[in-house]
Design a protein around this ligand. Structure first.
Ligand code: GLU
Length: 596
């Protein structure tokens, strides 16, 4: 969630940090701030609101070659100027930005800081006051920071400035992501590569409880005990054009339209030299070998996991359970004898998933992560990783990661066992073409969004079988960006209570892609229509009737979620656009949810 950028070098730092923070906007935030160091001391500009608001308050005349910036997603204290980062110690010697949550802040305040006056309501201020306290007690700065790290519990990525040493940025991390960017004559720190990619593509990945000291010519990494660590840098595989919107008004639209390309890229990345599907033998053997797959995920990835269960059970004959990560952590089901854990996370940083991973590793179980981000925490800490190859997904509302997750799951499944004999690459190629033709129908989606959703307060998606899982994802798309209260329902379940909510003109969107349930879902449409609902049908050509509004070319039934979701993504996009919502950065949401 939220982000950090820091720079020390030879160029005026303001623009480097502000544009770096803009690259992190997709992660979600409510406030932003920057600290610029020069001969006059530490200059802080901060407030709630967007980076463009921060730009308008930063003093143009302040010249500086060292600075740190922050976007905040408030956890402790309302979003306002005082709670925005950077925060300073009471003597103003130390200045700090923080991503994460300090769980024992109250204990620490009581134990060490009862005589210190706090300016803000944040947990973060405890960290900077503690560093000051230990320095005041005679500890050297580095030791005081490491000492503080050993006292604080929770998640943190920190960037710290010392007014008395204007040639250094200190940084530290635990659970929250942080990278050091390597330059010539400058160095950087940032929450992800995108914040720094316009300056460098070489990075050090930091592990939990590591501490770093950065000057313009050096990056030194230490353990929390002060032992120096030798690390290999890595080159990030991101192109600047991947993270620009280009001709598109919103990242979400760009990412919807990238889906055919992503599917083709996945085919390419998962082929062996003869063009056949390929995944490392060890992964396939371990999935074959387990007696049950436990898919652990949240949000959209959870919805992809539900489709994954269908694929694993119906195609690979492998019993599978899908569990919401935050539920599993505190309410673990009775496990089978030989489980395999499969984590799905776009960012690979989802804190809820990581808590499960830590837990099951302690229990000695194997894990596989499906993620879009190479080198992310879940990927590093799992036994195996399968990458999505979807390119950076910047809109908070996930689109291409969802279809990529299902595509990768489908390849995995057919390699584990292929009981119904699917030529997976042939089917996925066809799907990429069908997706492309769906992307040509934007006028239809715009019109349907207007006719069905403008002025509506609520909406239902209904479907049965695998379509039900697509309905859950379609409903999430619509509600998270347009704020129309939308629920995905098993079509047969509606009449057991929820049908009471159907009023005159309530939009009910049915997804029908499975022959076995076609007629049943159509009966359910009649039931809601009879009670005044305004119904819309998304279906496949072979099942379509004359009155269906969205008809999709036929694809393999087991893979229909990959195409059925496309028009729902567009409908959500246009509904949000027509209501004037901030599509790429919906309220209260963050892209990578790095707090539990
Ligand atoms: N917990 C801190 C706060 O509420 C940091 C939140 C963040 O990660 O932005 O200020």
């Amino acid at each position: 969630m939220c982000g950090i950028v820091g720079y020390i070098g030879y160029e005026d730092v303001k623009e480097i940090i502000l544009s770096g923070l803009e690259k992190l906007e997709y992660r979600g935030y409510d406030s932003a701030g920057i600290a610029l160091v020069n001969e006059d001391g530490v200059n802080i500009f901060k407030d709630k609101g967007r980076i463009k608001d921060l730009r308008s308050i930063v003093d143009e005349n302040v010249k500086s070659y060292l600075g740190i910036g922050h976007t905040r997603w408030a956890t402790h204290g309302v979003p306002n100027r005082i709670n925005s980062h950077p925060h300073q110690s009471c003597s103003k010697r130390f200045t700090l930005v923080h991503n994460g949550i300090i769980e024992n802040e109250v204990d620490l305040r009581n134990k060490y800081l009862s005589d210190v006056h706090f300016e803000s309501d944040t947990d973060t201020e405890t960290i900077v006051q503690l560093i000051q306290k230990f320095v005041d007690e005679g500890e050297a700065v580095e030791l005081a920071i490491r000492h503080t790290m050993s006292e604080i519990q929770g998640s943190y990525a920190l960037a710290i400035l010392d007014k008395d040493d204007p040639n250094t940025i200190y940084a530290a991390k635990n659970k929250s992501p942080l990278l050091a960017g390597i330059g010539e004559g400058f160095n950087m720190i940032g929450s992800d590569a995108m914040a720094m990619i316009s300056r460098t593509n070489m990075f050090y990945e930091l592990e939990d409880k590591e501490f770093i000291k950065i000057t313009k010519d050096s990056i030194d990494i230490y353990t929390i005990y002060g032992a120096k660590i030798d690390k290999k840098p890595f080159k990030a595989d991101i192109d600047l054009s991947d993270i620009e919107k280009g001709i598109y008004p919103h990242y979400m639209l760009k990412e919807i339209e990238e889906q055919p390309f992503v599917i083709r890229k996945i085919i390419n990345q998962y082929s062996n030299e003869n063009g056949y599907p390929y995944i490392e033998k060890e992964i396939i053997d371990d999935v074959k070998d387990c007696d049950k797959v436990y898919i652990i995920a949240c949000g959209t990835s959870y919805h992809a996991g539900l489709v994954g269960k269908q694929l694993l059970e119906k195609i690979a004959n492998k019993p599978t359970e899908v569990i919401i990560a935050s539920e599993f952590v505190y309410n673990m089901p009775l496990l089978s004898k030989k489980p395999l854990f499969l984590f799905i996370s776009q960012s690979g940083e989802t804190a809820d998933c990581r808590s499960v991973l830590v837990k099951i590793k302690k229990m000695g179980y194997k894990s596989l992560t499906i993620t879009n981000v190479k080198g992310s925490t879940l990927s590093r800490e799992s036994d195996y990783t399968l990458l999505l190859h979807a390119g950076p997904e910047i809109a908070v509302c996930s689109t291409k990661a969802y279809t990529a997750q299902i595509a990768v799951l489908s390849i995995l499944t057919t390699l584990v066992n292929n009981t119904i004999s699917i030529d997976i690459f042939k089917e996925l190629s066809k799907i990429a073409n069908v997706m492309e033709s769906l992307c040509d129908n934007v006028d239809l989606y715009r019109k349907l969004a207007e006719d069905y959703l403008l002025g509506q307060r609520s909406c239902f998606y209904i479907g049965r079988h695998i379509d039900y899982f697509v309905c859950l994802e379609a409903a999430l798309k619509l509600k998270e960006i347009s704020y129309i209260q939308t629920e995905g329902f098993a079509a047969g379940e509606l009449k057991h209570g929820t049908i009471a909510l159907i009023e005159d003109r309530t939009p009910v969107i049915a997804i029908i892609t499975q022959e076995a349930i076609n007629l049943n879902t159509r009966s359910n449409i009649k039931e809601v229509k009879a009670r005044g609902a305004n119904t819309l049908v998304i279906t496949m050509k072979k099942l379509s009737t004359e009155t269906d509004q969205i008809v999709i070319d036929d694809v393999h039934e087991m893979l229909s979620p990959l195409v059925a979701i496309i028009s729902a993504q567009y409908i959500a996009y246009y509904a949000a656009l027509q209501r004037g919502c901030d599509i790429d950065k919906p309220r209260n949401l963050a892209k990578s949810v790095t707090v539990e």
